[in-house]
Design a protein around this ligand. Structure first.
Ligand code: NDP
Length: 334
């Protein structure tokens, strides 16, 4: 038996519960992992609450991320005892996921735990932090240098935004953090933001082109925020778009692209190929300030993940949340 969150949808409605499951509930896969830590991402909040169509088969265990130790493997790359990390690949959406003490996966989805990080630190990064790194890599590959000017990070108190601030600051960029929580300004500055702007400056409909300000942008909000960010990006600058916390629409014009040569990069972490993941994790190991990461991370047990997943969607969680899958399970019957 192992403990896991389980989502069901039937005549009794959509619900997520902490359960004790038999090993027969583990899905197909060639590697079985004992999960040490998982985490909560925006997508996990959508899955746990049912507020977004993330889960596509039932019953299913949510959780798109984990760090743990291989228990059994018939995959050539992994053997029992190996420390591994999983991000995405549809786990927690179509394949039972990582908010559990055990998970069974396809070996080619896994990456080795970078030796720099503990399992808990890897989950303090999680998909949010790995996506922030993918965004930073996109801006770097575009050729944006710290001397080119300010980088805007939207959704600054969120998982993606907060890790993006840490990474950019460590790399020498000047970061302007857009947030709806100005009371967190001191925290954002401690992570590395040079200044804070109110997210209302970007969320109201704006002009097709505004005053050029940003050398680059990392946006996890979407909608009018993304449109305004593009409209205020400097000539030949770039915007890395990865999220929809403010909406999935994109009410923009082509003007920034055709008159200022602005480039809009789409960032996907879920199906990113292994080489890209390895590059991102290698860079995270080099460029992330672990002390700042700890200061940006809260810890909960598996049972609490149901409530905290709902709070995350309401924008009431700051930074990252790690989930100890072995904590707060004693109250569950088998
Ligand atoms: P979080 O919930 O941790 O953070 C989102 C942040 O966005 C909030 O903290 C808040 O920041 C801001 N925000 C929330 N609601 C609104 C709103 N209505 N309007 C404007 N800003 C808002 O989520 P994550 O950082 O984990 O993820 C952010 C987005 O990125 C999500 O849409 C997620 O699905 C997406 N994502 C995409 C990935 C990909 O592969 N493309 C991978 C990971 C995430 P503040 O309080 O500072 O304003």
């Amino acid at each position: 038996m192992y403990r896991a969150l389980q989502i069901n949808k039937d005549e009794a409605g959509y619900r997520t519960e902490l359960k004790a499951l038999d090993e027969s509930a583990l899905p197909e896969g060639d590697v079985t992992v004992e999960v040490a830590w998982s985490t909560l991402n925006y997508k996990d909040g959508l899955a746990i609450t049912g507020k977004g169509p993330v889960v596509r088969k039932f019953p299913l265990t949510p959780g798109i991320d984990m760090a743990g130790t291989v228990l059994e493997s018939s995959h050539p790359c992994w053997k029992p005892g190996d420390k591994v990390v999983l991000n995405g690949w549809g786990v927690g959406e179509t394949h039972s996921g990582c908010l559990a003490q055990k998970v069974r996966l396809n070996g080619h989805w896994l990456v080795p735990l970078p030796p720099t990080f503990t399992e808990r630190q890897a989950m303090a990064i999680g998909t949010a932090g790995y996506t922030a790194m993918l965004c930073v890599l996109a801006l770097e590959k575009h050729g944006i240098k710290p001397t080119d000017g300010e980088i805007l990070v939207t959704g600054a108190n969120g998982g993606v935004g907060s890790v993006a601030i840490m990474l950019l600051a460590k790399l020498g960029y000047t970061v302007i953090a857009s947030t709806g929580r100005p009371e967190e300004a001191a925290h954002l500055k401690a992570l590395g933001a040079s200044d804070i702007i109110d997210r209302k400056e970007l969320s109201e409909p704006g002009k097709p082109l505004g005053k050029e300000r940003w050398a680059g942008v990392i946006d996890s909000v979407g909608s009018t925020t993304l449109a305004n960010a593009c409209a205020t990006t400097k000539y030949a600058g770039a915007v890395a778009a990865c999220g929809l916390a403010g909406g999935a629409d994109f009410p923009a014009t082509v003007m920034p692209f055709i008159l200022r040569g602005v480039t809009l990069y789409g960032i996907d972490s879920v199906m990113a190929p292994s080489a890209k993941r390895m590059e991102a994790w290698t860079r995270l190991a080099r460029d992330l300030d672990v002390a700042k990461l700890e200061a940006n991370t809260a810890e909960i047990g598996l049972a609490e993940a149901i409530d905290v997943g709902a709070k995350l969607l309401e924008g009431r969680v700051r930074g990252r949340v790690v989930v100890d899958v072995n904590r707060c399970v004693a109250d569950v019957g088998t």
